[in-house]
Ligand binder design. Structure first.
Ligand code: IYR
Length: 230
């Protein structure tokens, strides 16, 4: 027996933004995001819990497959838990940097100057670990989720943008494999670790790799009907 809920609709009347004002805002928003850099040197200065709540509120607005919102954000400030995460992440990273035979990958990372040392995992005031829910317990059963990677990725993008708006920095850190995060944080088997975000202010002497964004002309193509037909 299938349980189809009747769709229910409410009015949606966002304020109409005049085109010039919209472009002005769009430019300011793109310029603002263009100032963001991923950071690996953080200040130990505290960050209020509300900042984490606000960033996750923003993330939680992401569109998602069937509106299942298949994410869980786990925020950690306890120094003992952060340290356990650091030790486990560094163990995985040591294997990656020293033992994994993926020369092309290692070469691609050379410009970032990364290695297995992840001191920032101890230094930052918060670690936020995002989990992707393959399934979600609902009404006494496991509900299947759809487009989980896309949905959680969209939520993470909004999370990063919200942190940047608050003057906070982060880094999408993905030690591989990340199973240790599920056991340290006691997450159920329906969830898999997706990205580990250290969150804090950049250190006063923070430096970032000297790399540039690709030009818009490479990121955006206005396809013409003629080209599309060929
Ligand atoms: N997870 C490792 C390696 C790494 C992988 C990618 I792809 C990067 O863009 C950066 C680093 C680390 O954090 O060092």
């Amino acid at each position: 027996m299938t349980d189809h809920r009747e769709p229910s609709f409410v009015p949606y009347r966002p304020p109409r933004v005049p085109i010039e004002a919209g472009l002005h805002r769009g430019r300011a928003f793109a310029d603002h995001l263009d100032q963001r850099r991923s950071v690996r040197q953080f200040s130990p200065e505290p960050v209020p819990r509300e900042a984490i709540e606000l960033a996750v509120r923003a993330a939680n607005t992401a569109p998602s497959g069937a509106h299942h919102q298949p994410w869980t954000f786990v925020a950690v400030s306890d120094p003992g838990v952060k340290h356990r995460i650091r030790l486990a992440a560094e163990a995985e990273e040591r294997r990656f940097y020293r033992e994994r035979d993926v020369p092309e990958w290692h070469e691609a990372l050379a410009k970032l100057g990364t290695d297995e040392h992840k001191e920032y995992l101890d230094v930052v005031p918060w670690l936020v670990v995002v989990f992707a829910q393959k399934q979600t317990p609902a009404a006494g059963r496991l509900r299947k989720n759809y487009y989980v990677n896309e949905s959680v990725g969209l939520a993470c993008g909004l999370f990063i943008a919200a942190l940047h708006t608050m003057g906070l920095a982060t880094l999408p850190h993905t030690p591989s494999p990340m199973g240790f995060l599920a056991s340290i944080l006691g997450r159920p088997p329906t969830e898999r670790p997706y990205i580990l975000f250290p969150v804090g202010y950049p250190a006063p002497d923070c430096r970032v790799p000297d790399i540039a964004r690709k030009p818009l002309a490479e990121a955006l193509i206005f396809a013409s009907v003629d080209e599309a037909r060929q």
